[in-house]
Design a binder for this molecule. Structure first.
Ligand SMILES: Cc1cc2nc3c(=O)[nH]c(=O)nc-3n(C[C@H](O)[C@H](O)[C@H](O)COP(=O)(O)O)c2cc1C
Length: 481
């Protein structure tokens, strides 16, 4: 069972030495974000950590960032699984969803602020690209609901603080949060919306899953935790929010009310364009007595945003391929952590069972996901090891025979800078499938047979040469030599 609260998770992370407390007072308008940028830009993944800013100038509320997505290790700690079991944990959670449980009393409503008392500046909302973003932004779970079905959705849609009582939320066309708000505003009604800050970690990580419209991420979070997530009714809008969250912001989108949103530093590594987006009138702020403010570090990759989206959506794809599409030949999926798990590079490992099978799976992945580059390899390749994937590309991929180009793929313009045109009009994107599975019998590997390699390993140790752990790449090769 995974942690029921963000606090439990932060304690577990600290015990593992994966969380750093920073006691020096920091200015929310630039210091937490700029320090987090150094961590992602300078430190290798295995050295990164969650950042807990204990003293935020002018506030009694600490800021935490990067705890969920500093690295695969912090992410795995959030789900209480081993790093190599992350995909399996998501597959299990998706196959065993647990609906939430509605409770009357909730820690997230220990303090309730409504009416004229509401002021967004009572929260230490950071500026994430200091010197370039338009202002402070919420980067956390957004809750919306379909008016007609009553089914809720959770997604992360960055939301700009416009003034003390209004946010402008980047609910882009096609995104489920936006579709949900239209089901209200198209009928002339105000759409309810809420942000859950510092929710249970499984809720945060399920929120970035690309699920089909109508699937509520909270049921997958329940499946991951192994127990229903407690949800409580908001104080001023008709929505349920995670009861154990640190802070909840409630609001309404009124029909036709929009304003310019941005600029904001995006996950693709560039400042995004400014666009017209819905305005949210804030109706309440509720929180625990001593709340913790949690915000995701995004912007230039790698970042927390790219790490969590890649890891969550690899699990989702594996589940869809194996259990919804019946492609049980697929053994593993990995999404590179440089592009938000959205338009990035996905590597699929499989056991092809008929000619053209691997290309078919590659096309399927390209069609059912927003991913831009799909590489398919055999199951004897460690898809998390660049050198092994490169070797497969060099030794098993014949570009003129093994490439599928897919035209006219639609990506919203502000997500993929490579398709921005000089006139700022959207141009269509494209996708590529590279089939790097073996199509001919290339003979045995050019390594000595396994028994000789193992005898040599004993000799290595006897001589006292430097110790090592056998890399997965080497193991996969030696086992087949
Ligand atoms: C920090 C962060 C910021 C994000 N900002 C946005 C955003 O502003 N707009 C958007 O469409 N997706 C954004 N995403 C990606 C979505 O949250 C993600 O794709 C999610 O699955 C969308 O939910 P939906 O499929 O239910 O719409 C962001 C993700 C993260 C981690």
């Amino acid at each position: 069972m995974t942690h029921r609260t963000m606090r439990d998770f932060l304690s577990a992370l600290e015990k593992k030495g994966l969380l750093r407390r920073i006691a020096r007072p920091v200015d929310r308008m630039w210091e937490p974000a700029a320090l987090a940028k150094w961590m992602y830009q300078a430190l290798p993944e295995e050295k990164r950590f969650g950042m807990y800013f204990e003293n935020v100038k002018g506030y009694r509320i600490p800021i935490v960032t990067a705890a969920l997505g500093a690295s695969t290790a912090t992410y795995a700690t959030a789900l209480d699984v081993e790093p190599e079991s992350i995909n399996d944990a998501w597959v299990r959670a998706c196959r065993n969803p647990i609906p939430p449980k509605v409770v009357d009393k909730a820690p997230c409503q220990e303090v309730v602020i409504t009416g004229k008392e509401v002021r967004l500046s009572c929260l230490p909302i950071p500026v994430w690209t200091p010197g370039k973003d338009k202002g402070p932004y919420l980067t956390t779970n957004t809750v919306t609901k379909d008016y007609d079905t009553g089914i809720q959705n959770m997604g992360v849609y960055r939301s700009m603080v416009r003034d003390e009582t209004n946010l402008v939320s980047n609910l882009g066309p096609g995104r489920h949060g936006y579709v949900n708000t239209l089901t209200w505003t198209d009928k002339g009604k105000a759409a309810p919306i809420a942000w859950a800050i510092g929710a249970p970690p499984a809720v945060h990580l399920a929120t970035v899953a690309n699920l089909p419209y109508g699937a509520d991420e909270i049921t997958i979070a329940g499946g991951m935790i192994g127990e229903a997530v407690n949800m409580v009714k908001c104080k001023t809008v008709d929505l349920l929010v995670p009861a154990e969250a640190e802070i909840i912001i409630e609001g309404e989108i009124h029909p036709g009310e929009t304003d310019m949103e941005g600029p904001f530093g995006e996950f693709a590594g560039y400042m995004g364009p400014v666009d017209r987006r819905p305005v949210v009138r804030i109706t309440a702020i509720t929180h625990r007595k001593n709340p913790i403010f949690y915000g995701y570090t995004s912007q230039m990759p790698p970042s927390e945003s790219t790490t969590i989206q890649s890891l969550t959506n690899a699990g989702m794809l594996l589940k869809m391929l194996r259990h919804d599409m019946g492609e049980i030949s697929v053994t593993d999926v990995f999404i590179d952590q440089t592009f938000g798990g959205l338009l990035a590079h996905v590597i699929v490992a499989m056991k092809p069972s008929y000619p053209g099978h691997s290309k078919k799976v590659g096309r399927l992945v390209a069609a059912m996901s927003p991913l831009k580059r799909v590489t398919v390899v055999d199951e004897d390749v460690d898809i998390r090891d660049h050198t092994h994937v490169d070797w497969a590309m060099n030794s098993r991929y014949n570009p003129s025979r093994d490439t599928v180009l897919i035209d006219d793929a639609y990506f919203p313009i502000n997500m993929d800078p490579s398709i921005r045109s000089t006139t700022s009009q959207n141009t269509m994107g494209s996708k590529v499938v590279c089939d790097a599975t073996l199509k001919v019998d290339a003979g045995t590997f050019s390594l000595p047979p396994k028994e000789i390699m193992m005898k040599a390993l004993d000799l290595w140790k006897e001589i006292g040469l430097p110790e090592f752990e056998i890399p997965k790449r080497a193991k996969l090769r030696i086992d087949r030599s």
